[in-house]
Design a protein around this ligand. Structure first.
Ligand code: FES
Ligand SMILES: [Fe+2]
Length: 420
C-alpha cells in the first residue's frame, strides 16, 4: 500500500526485491523462515536436538507376532535398528550395528530368528562378516576363536548390543527413544491419544498395508500436510465429501504439550464422491463414517477413517529427502471379508492410486523445488486464526513452538537463538 500526495491509498499488486525480502508484519509465531527446511546445518541439529531425544514409533507389534520374529528399520536420520520379540514375548530394540567392525547385523526387513543364517545358529542374530552372534536379548553368545585371538582382552560381556528404550502402546505400536534418560512415553504423549484410546486400545489391531517411499522434500513439509486442512481445497475428494458438508467448519483442533495436536471428530459423506461408498465397518467406539486424527511431534500421524487406521511415519534422511512409511491397520479378529472391505476403504483414500496421496506428494515436492537454495523463497505464513477450527493453522504454530523450544532457535529467524 502506498500513499499518494493527496493522501489516498493506492493498492500495488507486486513487490520489488526489498519488499519481497521483508519479514511478514506478523508475530514471530505466525510465520517461519524457509531455511528451517533447507539448511543442512539446521537439519543435523534437528537430528541431535529432536530426533535423538523424542519417542518415535517404528513398527507395529503385529509385524513381529511370534517369539524370535524381528523387524528392521531406521530412525533419526538413518540409524539402523532391529526390533526383536524375545522368547519371553517382550519386544526389545537394538542398534543394528555390529560392535566388532561396524557391519549391519540383521539385513532383512523382517523375518524370524528361528531360521539359522548360513553361518549362524537359530535363535541368534549373526553378523555375516566374522560370524559374531547375539541372542534375542542382545547378549553376545559367540565370538569365533575368541580365546585364541583376544586372550581375555575382549570377551562376550564387553560386546553386547546397544539396547534402545522401547515401549509398545497406542494401538500396539512399537515406540523407541534413543535417549536412555528420556521421560516415559506416556509423559511425552501428554494425553494426545486420549480421544482415540477406545478405538486404538480396546482390542488388538493388525497391519494389512505397508508402503514405503523416499520423497524429495523436507520431513516437516510432509508432516504439515496432516496438520492443516486449509489445503482441502486441493483435494477434490475432500471438498466433495467433507468441505461441502454440514459441520465441516465446526471441527476443532486441540493442541497438547510437546507439540502434539489432534483434530476432532467429523463425519464424512462418502456418497458425495461418485463411485465411493459408505464405510460399513468401524473401530470400537468410532461412529460410522467418522474421521479423527492425531499428530505426534515431530513426524507421525494417526488418521482414523472409521473402518481403517492409517499411521504415517516420516524418517528424515537429509534436509531434502524423507522416508515415508504408511501402514494401514484393521482389527486382528477381522474375518477375511471384513479385512477385504477395510483394504478397499483404505486404498481408496491412501493407496498408491488413492484419492489424496498423489496430490499431497505433488504439493510438498513442489514446495521443495521452490525452496531450493538461492531460489528467493523467504517465508511461509501460518497465520490463519479461526477459533481453533478446521482452517485455523494452530496445528502448524504449535509444531513450530515446540521446534523452537527444542532447537533453541526461532523458526521465524533461525539465526536468532532463544536467549537473544
Ligand atoms: S563386523 Fe560383525 S563380526 Fe566382524
Ligand atoms: Fe492432504
Amino acid at each position: 500500500m502506498e500513499r499518494t500526495p493527496a493522501g489516498e491509498h493506492k493498492q500495488r499488486h507486486t513487490r520489488n526485491l526489498a519488499e519481497w525480502s521483508r519479514r511478514p508484519q506478523l508475530p514471530d509465531t505466525h510465520y517461519v523462515d524457509t531455511r528451517v527446511y533447507t539448511d543442512p546445518i539446521i537439519f543435523r541439529e534437528e537430528i541431535e536436538k529432536i530426533f535423538n531425544r523424542v519417542w518415535l514409533p517404528v513398527c507395529h507389534e503385529s509385524e513381529l507376532p511370534n517369539p524370535y520374529d524381528y523387524r528392521t528399520a531406521s530412525v533419526a536420520g538413518f540409524k539402523p535398528i532391529v526390533v526383536v520379540r524375545g522368547p519371553d514375548n517382550k519386544i526389545r530394540t537394538f542398534l543394528n550395528i555390529c560392535p566388532h567392525r561396524g557391519n549391519i547385523i540383521v539385513r532383512s526387513p523382517a523375518g524370524t530368528l528361528t531360521k539359522a543364517e548360513p553361518s549362524g545358529n537359530p535363535k541368534h542374530m549373526t553378523c555375516m562378516f566374522h560370524g559374531w552372534q547375539w541372542d534375542a536379548f542382545g547378549r553376545c553368545a559367540e565370538i569365533p576363536r575368541e580365546e585364541q585371538g583376544y586372550q581375555g582382552r575382549v570377551c562376550k560381556a564387553d560386546v553386547g548390543l546397544r539396547e534402545i528404550r522401547t515401549e509398545v502402546a497406542h494401538g500396539g505400536f512399537v515406540w523407541v527413544n534413543l535417549d536412555d534418560n528420556c521421560e516415559p512415553l506416556a509423559d511425552y504423549i501428554a494425553g494426545a491419544f486420549d480421544f482415540m484410546s477406545q478405538e486404538l486400545d480396546t482390542e488388538p489391531l493388525e497391519i494389512f498395508h505397508y508402503q514405503k517411499s523416499v520423497i524429495r522434500t523436507n520431513y516437516k513439509l510432509w508432516h504439515e500436510t496432516s496438520r492443516e486442512f486449509y489445503h482441502d481445497y486441493m483435494h477434490y475428494h475432500n471438498r466433495a465429501t467433507g468441505m461441502l458438508q454440514k459441520g465441516y467448519f465446526d471441527r476443532k483442533y486441540t493442541v497438547f504439550p510437546n507439540g502434539h495436536a489432534a483434530t476432532g471428530l467429523t463425519t464424512i459423506v462418502y456418497e458425495a464422491y461418485e463411485g465411493n461408498k459408505d464405510r460399513v465397518l468401524t473401530f470400537p467406539g468410532m461412529p460410522k463414517n467418522g474421521w479423527k486424527q492425531v499428530n505426534i511431534f515431530p513426524a507421525c500421524t494417526y488418521s482414523l477413517r472409521a473402518s481403517c487406521l492409517r499411521v504415517s511415519i516420516m524418517t528424515p534422511i537429509s534436509e531434502r529427502e524423507t522416508l515415508i512409511e504408511i501402514r494401514g491397520l484393521g482389527l486382528k479378529r477381522d474375518t477375511p471379508q471384513e479385512r477385504e472391505e477395510r483394504i478397499i476403504d483404505h486404498d481408496t483414500i491412501w493407496g498408491p492410486f488413492g484419492r489424496n496421496l498423489h496430490e499431497d506428494l505433488l504439493a510438498v515436492q513442489n514446495q521443495s523445488i521452490a525452496m531450493r537454495e538461492g531460489s528467493g523463497s523467504k517465508y511461509l505464513i501460518m497465520a490463519r486464526e479461526e477459533n481453533s477450527t478446521i482452517h485455523d493453522e494452530i496445528g502448524l504454530r504449535s509444531y513450530f513452538a515446540e521446534w523452537t523450544r527444542r532447537m533453541g532457535r526461532m523458526a521465524s529467524d533461525p539465526t536468532r537463538l532463544l536467549e537473544d
